[in-house]
Design a protein around this ligand. Structure first.
Ligand code: UD1
Length: 417
């Protein structure tokens, strides 16, 4: 049922919040795990709805998927179909990883063009060219990507744009290919490295993940293993920004600050105090920060997934802050909602200019994607009065108990159905 968050602003955040395993990693890890015909155990998984959707997609292919608390067991021995159902595939963008899995295991896949967030055009041309480079015949017919090959063969593939999804799909597909695959200009996000570590633990031969060239030597079979994903850097960044914007002092545990270099630098530049520990961070803020400028970029740059929360922070900062969104072409939709709360923001193509105001005022707003959703909740915590955030299934897609974690920090937030 469609739910809402009722958020009352004004309370500072205090206390400790523990970060879950990375959502974007686990979606890749679950698919990669299904390459093996033995049990792969993934621990510390985040219990959000995208993870369950990925579980359903894999199960629909015949993969054994068993959730036990924060562990999921995956075994691809019984994969028996090349076509996951459209109704599941359309729910998450990462469903496109099923294509790499099925090509590697069955040499045939028919996957609906994926869905996901309303954050801009999200083509799969780079995935298709990658599969073609490995020798697959690919066509797009009636909204389906149809790929066939007798056996994938290693090849050199220059990825035109350093795409996260393409890099993961290529690592999955090439792990069981004949010969060596070289990926040039791959994405370097920590989730890529995490996926390579899992695959290597399963017996794959991948070198260079996290650098400008990845070398994948195909093997004939992969085996079972146990793995825990990296902490969710986007969830950690969301709480850092929330605390910086709202004020207070929080400790964030299970976080790797080397995954958040630029967001930490930007928050410090804006006036928040951040103390880095080995696997934790303390954020202190008085709540009114100075405006700063941010360009989103591929890792290690400022993550596009933190752009909306940061924009919300700028809406109440002192001065004028400019955000340039360089990754997706429609990621400012939250700004229309933020304006309903009184924000003064001008958008010109890929650039948003935030003129900070004293205080947002609570209003009914709608989440249009995962990160826009959490951003609007943060806006509600900063605002005067009460904010009603609808469309919160988007937030539940990517965050485990976002409302409860905030509540534990002293936020006033209620979920109503
Ligand atoms: C992943 C993340 C998402 C994050 C994004 C960028 C998951 C499940 N999602 O999405 O949270 O915001 O990385 O860090 O991990 N592109 C093409 N052709 C393609 C593929 C991509 O033109 O075939 C473009 C996209 O439209 C976009 C850019 O490349 O402009 C980056 O996309 P990509 O890195 O592939 O993002 P996703 O893997 O979809």
């Amino acid at each position: 049922m469609e739910g809402k968050f009722i958020v009352t602003g004004g309370n500072r955040l205090n206390g400790t919040v523990n970060i879950s395993g990375a959502k974007n990693s686990i979606l890749a890890l679950m698919t990669a795990a299904a390459l093996a015909k033995e049990d792969v155990l993934l621990n510390n998984i985040p219990l959000n709805s995208d993870v369950y959707t990925m579980g359903e997609i894999l199960a629909s292919l015949g993969v054994k998927v068993v959730f036990q608390g924060n562990t999921v067991i995956i075994n691809g021995a019984t994969i028996n179909t090349y076509k996951p159902p459209y109704e599941l595939v359309r729910k998450i963008r990462a469903s496109v990883y099923a294509a790499g899995l099925l090509l590697a295991r069955l040499g045939h896949t028919e996957v609906a063009l994926p869905g996901g967030d309303e954050i801009g055009s999200r083509p799969v041309d780079l995935h298709i060219r990658g599969f073609q480079a490995l020798g697959a015949e690919v066509s797009v017919e009636h909204g389906f990507m149809i790929c066939k090959c007798s056996k994938l063969t290693g090849a050199k593939y220059y990825i035109n744009k350093a795409s996260v999804g393409t890099t993961i799909n290529m690592m999955i597909a090439a792990s069981l290919a004949d010969g060596v695959t070289i990926l040039e200009n791959p994405a370097k996000e920590p989730e890529i490295v995490d996926t390579a570590i899992l695959l290597n633990g399963m017996g794959a031969k991948i070198r260079g993940a996290g650098t400008d060239t990845i070398r994948i030597e195909g093997v004939t079979e992969l085996h079972g293993c146990e793995h825990s994903p990296i902490p969710d850097r986007i969830e950690a960044g969301t709480f850092m920004i929330a605390n910086a914007a709202v004020g207070g002092e929080i400790q964030i545990t299970n976080v790797l600050s080397e995954h958040l270099r630029i967001p930490i630098a930007k928050l410090r530049e804006a006036g928040a105090e951040i103390i880095e520990g080995d696997t934790d961070l303390v954020v202190k803020s008085t709540g009114r920060l100075k405006a700063v400028d941010v360009d989103t970029a591929v890792f290690p740059g400022f993550a596009t997934d933190l752009q909306a929360p940061f924009g919300v922070l700028l809406s109440q900062a002192e001065g004028t802050g400019i955000i340039r969104e360089t990754i997706f072409d429609n990621r400012f939709r939250y700004i229309e909602e933020l304006r309903r709360m009184g924000a003064d923001v001008k958008v010109e193509r890929d650039t948003a200019i935030f003129r900070g105001i004293e205080r947002l005022s609570g209003a009914p707003v709608e989440a249009t994607d995962i990160r826009a959703g959490v951003a609007l909740v943060i806006a509600g915590l900063m605002a005067d009065g009460t904010t009603e955030v609808s469309g919160i299934y988007h937030i539940d897609r990517g965050y485990e108990h976002f409302d409860l974690k905030l509540k534990n920090l002293g936020a006033v937030i209620e979920r109503i159905s």
